[in-house]
Design a protein around this ligand. Structure first.
Ligand code: K7E
Ligand code: CUA
Length: 649
């Protein structure tokens, strides 16, 4: 039987098939409210909820009227753009971009002293050497996996974490101010891919998969012996963003997840062959999932059962096959995503090169680590065949799973319990529906599905290709993020959203679970460094200071602004001075952001209400240099500017 034969009948998926005479895009465009959906169905013979014999589609209204607010925050990675994006769901409106590993001219990320410190201080020695060669920053990032901090399995609104595959870093974003506040580069690693915050009792560790295998240490040895390359799984303390320990493993590491009890993390491996080339990586029919026993790893570190590698002092324990710290579960072929069910009972590893997903019962892992289970495959409780290219699975909290099928361009909805029964020999077909998506989905995620509060309302499917879905913008096309109503028995696509390169993954939290501040607090530790410097310069309150301090050839300018004025509009320095401008926005009105752009100096920064930002540059060009406010803040915004006068040395 083919997968298609197994799947229940589906609504028409091509534009020509619509019985209403509308193209499908027009149809959904006119059915923004649930009342119209009902009318449309009654009028035509669209084979959906109008027939009592068929499963009903959800009827949620995805339209968020002008002035109305979304019910979920979405956190979208931005792939090669290196940032994090905040979306409103279900409107799919982009609300904010948060620079993380990229350079950003709007906010001055990579330019201000505050951001440059964050971008630099967590780098490895090799990372610092590279940054030093190019002005103190690494310039690009490749974000894949945003995940929010949890307390006892629920979102707690503290942090978002995100990986950088390109330069092997992970970052923490403070959700109260929506700014990146810590970045750490993982030693002994190339390409940090899967990351996942511990769910219980609270985050806790941030678990990090280092994808590529390399010689350990990577100092010129073993370069022509790929069979000796190894990679590590890393535990990062999310409170300090320090790497606490690493685990050497067999094979590579792709995606990772963890349980709801605080004991296990688990990662997929697609290169158990230790191959350096594609054909070799595909040789075996089974790769594996490696399970990490976190308390045992901590114990091993405590007892000194570790080594260090190269110039890193991070303890590295041995988790290769035969170790008592890990368990290797063979799964078919090249598994990719790994997703824990919201009830905490199972994880699902997605086959990618196998049409199957593998369901593992988490409670059964204990038996293996106790020594009571010899064959790790005994922990597998189901392995349904879903279609071609299963990559990632998400959940509705009602016992159903939704798996993206990359090659089929579909999402398969299937029932976990029925898949388990079928695995035990029952004749149930666990597949409930297959839905065409456009095109080639990677991750999908449902609202709150990475927490125990999965609510089964909305599913977002992130497509790698948009092809013909939008106006042609040339050879580089947007991705296509589709919003799907999963509140009914059948999935229904309600929105196409183009996105710039390339959201791999997203998570969604209820709006009440994320509570950012409206303006900055002057007590924020963000300002600690500049406050300390100001104090040394005799300034106790930056909101009252308009003062220029000369210290040799260093000049520190403390300035305030309130719409539409800078309170220093004429600044005299000498050619060659190293100038630091610390600017405080004393407006305390919500949304009244100012900025500071020094023309022809490549200097720009944001100052939102009650924020201080600082920047340091060399006044190397004599003459008159205007600085201006680049955020339109007032009717006299154009006039909000001043002169830096650089006198010839
Ligand atoms: Cu599947 Cu990097 Cu999460 Cu992309 S990974 S799809
Ligand atoms: Cu201040 Cu524009």
């Amino acid at each position: 039987m083919t997968d298609d034969e197994k799947a229940p009948e589906q609504p028409p998926e091509t534009e020509a098939e619509s019985p209403t005479g509308l193209t499908r895009r027009q149809f959904f465009g006119t059915t923004a409210s649930s009342a119209v959906v009902g009318a449309g169905l009654a009028a035509g013979s669209w084979p959906l909820s109008s027939s009592p014999a068929r499963a009903a589609e959800g009827k949620q209204d995805a339209h968020v009227a002008p002035g109305e607010l979304d019910t979920y925050y979405g956190f979208w990675s931005a792939g090669q753009s290196g940032e994090l994006r905040i979306m409103g769901v279900p409107s799919m409106r982009e609300l904010l971009r948060i620079p993380v590993f990229n350079w950003d001219g709007a906010t001055g990320w990579g330019i201000t002293n505050e951001s440059r410190k964050i971008l630099y201080e967590g780098l490895t020695p090799a990372g610092k050497r590279r940054a030093d060669k190019q002005g103190g920053v690494l310039r690009n990032g490749d974000t894949h996996h945003p995940h929010l901090s949890l307390t006892e399995g629920s979102y707690d609104g503290r942090y978002c974490f995100i990986n950088d595959k390109a330069n092997s870093r992970v970052a923490r974003i403070r959700l109260d101010i929506m700014k990146t506040d810590k970045i750490v580069q993982i030693p002994n690693a190339q390409a940090v891919h899967g990351v996942r915050p511990q769910k219980h009792p609270k985050t806790g560790y941030l678990f990090c998969n280092c994808e590529f295998m390399i010689p350990q240490p990577n100092d010129g040895r073993d370069m022509d012996s790929p069979d000796k390359y190894q990679t590590v799984f890393a535990g990062v303390d999310s409170d300090t963003m320090e790497v606490k320990w690493q685990v050497l493993v067999d094979g590579n590491l792709d995606n990772t997840n963890c349980d709801y009890k605080g004991r296990y993390a688990f990662s997929t491996c697609y290169n158990s062959e230790n191959a350096a080339h594609l054909a070799g990586m595909m040789r075996k029919d089974r790769d594996h999932v490696v399970v990490f026993d976190i308390p045992r790893i901590e114990e091993a570190v405590k007892k000194g059962r570790y080594k260090t590698i190269g110039d890193s002092d991070v303890p590295v324990v041995d988790g290769t096959k035969g170790s008592d710290l890990t368990m290797y579960i063979p799964v078919p072929k090249g598994p990719h995503g790994i997703n824990t069910t919201p009830d905490g009972k199972y994880f699902v590893a997605n086959g990618k090169l196998s049409p199957t997903v593998t369901v593992v019962e988490i409670d059964k892992l204990d038996a293996y680590f106790r020594g009571a289970m010899k064959n790790p495959r005994e922990a597998v409780v189901a392995e349904p065949e879903l279609g071609l290219g299963p990559l990632h699975t998400t959940y509705d909290g009602r016992g159903n799973a939704y798996t993206t099928l990359f090659i089929d361009s579909r999402i398969a909805k299937w029932n976990i319990q029925e898949a388990i029964e079928a695995f035990q020999g029952g004749d149930t077909n666990p597949i409930k529906q297959k839905l065409d998506v456009h095109y080639q989905p990677g991750h999908n995620n449902a609202t709150l599905a990475e927490t125990k509060d999965a609510d089964g309302k909305w599913l977002v499917s992130l497509q790698k290709f948009s092809k013909d879905r939008f106006l042609n913008v040339g050879p580089l096309k947007p991705e296509n993020d589709q919003l799907i109503d999963i509140s009914g028995d059948k999935m229904r696509i309600v929105h196409d959203g183009p996105t710039f390169s390339e959201p791999h993954d997203c998570v969604m939290a209820r709006a009440d679970q994320v509570n950012p501040r409206k303006i900055w607090s002057r007590d924020d530790p963000w300002f600690d460094d500049i406050k300390a410097q100001a104090k040394a310069d005799g300034i106790s309150d930056l909101t009252k200071a308009n003062k220029v301090v000369r210290d040799g050839n260093q000049v520190r300018v403390y300035m305030t602004s309130s719409a539409p004025n800078y309170h220093i509009t004429e600044l005299r320095v000498q050619e060659g001075d190293e100038v630091t401008v610390a600017l405080t926005n004393v407006d305390n009105i919500e949304d009244l952001t100012h900025g500071f752009t020094l023309t022809n100096f490549d200097v720009a920064m944001e100052i939102s209400p009650q924020q201080t930002s600082s920047v340091t540059f060399t006044a190397d060009e004599p003459g008159v240099h205007w600085y201006y406010c680049q955020w339109f803040c007032h009717a006299l915004h154009m006039e909000m500017r001043g002169r830096m006068i650089v006198e010839k040395a």
